[in-house]
Design a binder for this molecule. Structure first.
Ligand code: FE
Length: 346
C-alpha cells in the first residue's frame, strides 16, 4: 500500500516537506494529498482500493475538523491540500466560507447522489450520511412514547435526558435543522426545554449517552445512529450489553423526517493535483467505496443501490429523512450557537 499517513501536522516544515515530495513525485508517480478530519478504517480501505485501481498514491494528512480548516487556511496558496474531507455539514460550510474549496462541476453526480446532499454552489459533495436520532431505555420508556425531537422538550421528560455538550457540531446541526424548519423562536423554546429536562450536565460523546441510559442515569438520549450500531456490533460484551439496554428511534417520521448530517469532500482551492483530486472524489461514489462506509463504519451510503451487508444497519433502514439541502445546516450554525448560549446548554 502506498498510503502515507501523517498524524496531526506538527509544523509547516513537515507540510512543506509533504508538498515538496508530492511535487517531486509528480512526473513519475501520480499522487493526491488528502486532508481529512475523518479517522475511520473505511477510509483507509477506500484509499488502498483507489491506489490499487488507479495507481495514484494517497498522502493522508489527518487533523481534527476545525484544526484541519485552520491549517489549510493558514497555509493559503502554499497549501499542498488537493482534497479536503470533513464531517458535519456546518464544517463544510465553514471551509467553504473560508475559501478553501474550488468550485467544481458535480453535475455528473446528480444522477446518483440526491440533490439535497450536494452543495448548491458546487464547493463540496456528501460522501456518506448519518442520522441524529433518539435512544431510549428498553425498560423505562414504552415504544411510541416519543415520536419527535419536539416531544423531548415536554416536561414529562424532566430529569431524564442525556445529551452531549453544545460545542459539538452534531448538536449544532440538529438545532440548525430545527431553526430551518420552525424558526429561531421555536428552536430556542425547544433547546430550553431540553436543558430543563437534562438528567446531568452534558458530558462525553454519544457513546457516553447510551451508557448513561444503560447505567440508569437517564432514560432518553440524543445520539448519532452509527454509535449504537458500533456498540451493537462490538466484540466487547460490555458495549454490547449497554446497546442491548437501549432502543433506537428515528424521529419525525410522520412530520419533517429524521435529521441527517453528512461527511463531505471538495477539491482544495489551490490543489496542486486537481485531476487526481477529482479522480479520488469520483471514486468515493463507486459501489466499492460506498459499501465500505456501510460495512465498516455503519454510515449510510449516498448511492442508494449500493450492495452491502450489515444486519445492524439494515435493521434501521429505510427511514424518512429531512429532505432539506444539508448546506442549510451551515447557514443556521451561528444562530444555533447563540441559542445554545442563551439557554445555557453547556
Ligand atoms: Fe462521530
Amino acid at each position: 500500500m502506498k498510503t502515507v499517513k501523517i498524524l496531526i501536522l506538527a509544523t509547516s516544515a513537515l507540510l512543506a516537506a509533504c508538498s515538496q515530495q508530492a511535487v517531486t513525485d509528480g512526473d513519475s508517480a501520480r499522487v493526491v494529498n488528502v486532508y481529512s478530519a475523518r479517522h475511520y478504517s473505511s477510509d483507509d480501505a477506500i484509499y488502498a482500493a483507489f491506489t490499487e485501481q488507479t495507481g495514484i498514491a494517497v498522502n493522508l494528512v489527518s487533523a481534527g475538523g476545525d484544526q484541519l480548516i485552520e491549517r489549510v487556511r493558514a497555509d493559503g496558496e502554499r497549501s499542498p491540500a488537493d482534497v479536503i474531507i470533513t464531517v458535519d455539514a456546518a464544517r463544510l460550510h465553514r471551509a467553504e466560507e473560508a475559501g478553501l474549496f474550488a468550485q467544481t462541476d458535480f453535475s455528473e453526480l446528480t444522477a446518483t447522489v440526491p440533490a439535497n446532499l450536494i452543495d448548491p454552489q458546487g464547493y463540496w459533495v456528501s460522501i456518506a450520511k448519518r442520522a441524529r436520532v433518539i435512544a431510549y431505555s428498553n425498560t423505562r420508556v414504552q415504544p411510541g412514547e416519543i415520536q419527535t425531537y419536539e416531544d423531548l422538550a415536554d416536561p414529562r421528560w424532566h430529569g431524564r435526558i442525556c445529551v452531549r455538550e453544545s460545542g459539538n457540531a452534531y448538536n449544532q446541526s440538529l438545532l440548525a435543522s430545527i431553526i430551518a424548519r420552525s424558526g429561531e423562536e421555536a428552536a430556542e423554546a425547544w433547546a430550553q426545554g431540553i436543558v430543563d429536562n437534562m438528567a446531568r450536565p452534558p458530558q462525553g460523546g454519544d457513546i457516553t449517552q447510551i451508557q448513561g441510559i444503560a447505567a440508569g442515569a437517564c432514560d432518553v438520549a440524543i445520539v448519532n445512529h452509527y454509535y449504537y450500531a458500533l456498540m451493537t456490533n462490538s466484540d466487547e460484551p460490555a458495549r454490547q450489553a449497554d446497546a442491548a439496554a437501549v432502543a433506537l428511534l428515528f424521529p419525525n417520521q410522520q412530520t419533517s423526517g429524521a435529521h441527517i448530517n453528512v461527511s463531505g469532500v471538495g477539491i482544495a482551492a489551490n490543489a496542486p493535483h486537481p485531476a487526481e483530486a477529482r479522480a479520488l472524489i469520483d471514486f468515493f461514489f463507486t459501489h466499492d467505496a460506498q459499501r465500505m462506509f456501510a460495512e465498516m463504519t455503519n454510515e449510510i451510503p449516498v448511492i442508494a443501490d449500493t450492495p452491502w451487508e450489515n444486519p445492524t444497519l439494515a435493521a434501521m433502514l429505510p427511514f424518512v429523512e429531512d429532505p432539506r439541502n444539508v448546506s442549510e445546516l451551515g447557514d443556521h450554525n451561528a444562530a444555533a450557537q447563540r441559542i445554545f448560549d442563551r439557554v445555557g446548554w453547556q
